[in-house]
Design a protein around this ligand. Structure first.
Ligand SMILES: *Cc1c(COP(=O)(O)O)cnc(C)c1O
Length: 401
């Protein structure tokens, strides 16, 4: 791992450089001591009183014209929220961008990016497979009126058209952990914004904006929240792009709930230690899986991380049925270890032929390594890999009351 990533490289801004671990616990909280507080306040207001209608009208006009965060109270919770704003400020600091805009989920965040580009008449998207299953589906089905061209990183420059509004990649990608050279790709994109879904790497391992990506997207549901109990999405970008996203968010309503904003801000404070600890365990499991005769192939990215994917010689459904400590469930980035079968679950919505062209084998399993002890995880994994078809007797689901 590149230790220089520890030093938080800010751009030309005059702000003093603080290390990532310091930003993780302090960013978005700079005013708390002045307020006489230690924990950030949670503001659940849906509306805000104003006796000065002229001033409020001016603030609404200002937002409609610019998309800048309003000074003073937000008018209405769909426009802005101070608690969510703290999370946005902190995430922007961690990703090294001017701004960040939070949404109700990762998919709401991606939808807002696509709508913001389409509103300028830029409806064409160039994308590299694999992507998260629902992102693939959203683009491939053209649900938001966009049109997609799928290509590999080397084909991106040739796929760009006058109406291309976005180039989209994931690196490491869900679920194969395939990596893209972001710097080279950003160069190939020219003036077309490059979106990097940074959900798997997190800013702890990779800051795509420093490599030339204009837009960094997260499913905050995963590592940023980190405890499997909050759904959210966020886009880190320059302030000009953020203004367009805030206007789309206001008009379409995919806002993050303030309690989710509170939990995500809290999640960020432990992000560096969680990611580093889980990554160390993942790297050890990779070492053991690589020499295991039951494993056909292990996928693990050069930048490391807590996600591991592997192809089994046996039946992947038997492995899923055989785990006891590890939870068989979709999603990732929680404190506990999860495993799932992409061809059945996370990438089910992608056509089998498109899955194959994206390198997603039917024998691939994807594991999100948590914070358990490595020996306990290995014991569970190795017994599950030996599990035969009789291991997990099927039970009828209990009838619902
Ligand atoms: C989960 C995920 C998403 C979608 O995020 P939600 O919060 O579930 O809407 C997008 N990208 C990646 C890489 C993901 O893993």
């Amino acid at each position: 791992m590149d230790t220089s990533m520890d030093a938080f490289a800010s751009d030309a801004s005059a702000a003093p450089t603080r290390a990532l671990a310091t930003e993780a616990v302090h960013a978005g909280r700079d005013d708390l001591a002045e307020l006489g507080l230690h924990a950030p306040p949670l503001d659940l207001s849906t509306t805000y009183p104003s006796y000065d209608t002229r001033a409020e009208a001016a603030r609404i006009d200002e937002f409609a014209a610019t998309g800048a965060r309003p000074d003073g109270p937000p008018v209405y919770a769909r426009l802005d929220n101070p608690t969510t704003g703290r999370f946005e400020t902190a995430l922007a600091r961690l990703e090294g961008t001017d701004s960040a805009v939070a949404f109700a989920s990762g998919m709401a965040a991606l939808s807002a990016v696509l709508l913001s580009r389409a509103s300028l008449g830029l409806r064409h998207v160039v994308a590299v497979r694999p992507l998260y299953g629902c992102s693939d589906h959203l683009l491939n089905a053209g649900l938001l009126g966009t049109e997609v061209t799928w290509t590999d990183p080397a084909g991106v420059a040739d796929a760009i058209r006058p109406d291309t509004g976005l180039v989209m990649v994931e690196t490491p990608a869900n679920p194969t952990l395939a990596e893209v050279d972001v710097r080279a790709l950003a160069h190939a994109c020219g003036s077309v914004p490059l979106l990097v879904d940074n959900t798997f790497a997190t800013p702890v391992l990779q800051r795509p904006a420093e490599l030339g990506a204009r837009i960094v997207l997260h499913s905050a549901t995963k590592y940023l929240g980190g405890h499997g109990d909050v759904m959210g999405g966020v886009v880190a970008c320059d302030e000009e792009f953020a203004r367009g996203l805030r206007q789309v968010r206001f008009a379409t309503g995919g806002v993050l709930h303030p309690l989710a904003g509170y939990l995500l801000l809290r999640g960020l404070s432990t992000l560096p230690v969680r990611v580093r600890a889980a990554s160390a365990t993942a790297a050890e499991l990779v070492r053991r899986l690589t020499v295991d005769p039951r494993i056909a192939r292990v996928h693990y990215p050069r930048i490391g991380g807590a996600m591991v994917a592997f192809e089994v010689y046996g039946d992947p459904h038997d492995v899923i049925a055989g785990v006891r400590l590890i939870t068989p469930a979709v999603s990732l980035g929680s404190v506990d270890t999860l495993i799932q079968h992409p061809a059945s679950i996370s990438h089910r919505i992608v056509d089998a032929s498109d899955r194959r062209s994206g390198g997603i084998s039917d024998r691939l399993l994807r594991m999100s390594v948590g914070l358990e002890d490595v020996e306990d995880l290995w014991r569970d994994l190795t017994q599950a890999l030996s599990a035969g078809p009789v291991q997990a007797p099927r039970r009828e689901p209990a009838a619902r009351a």
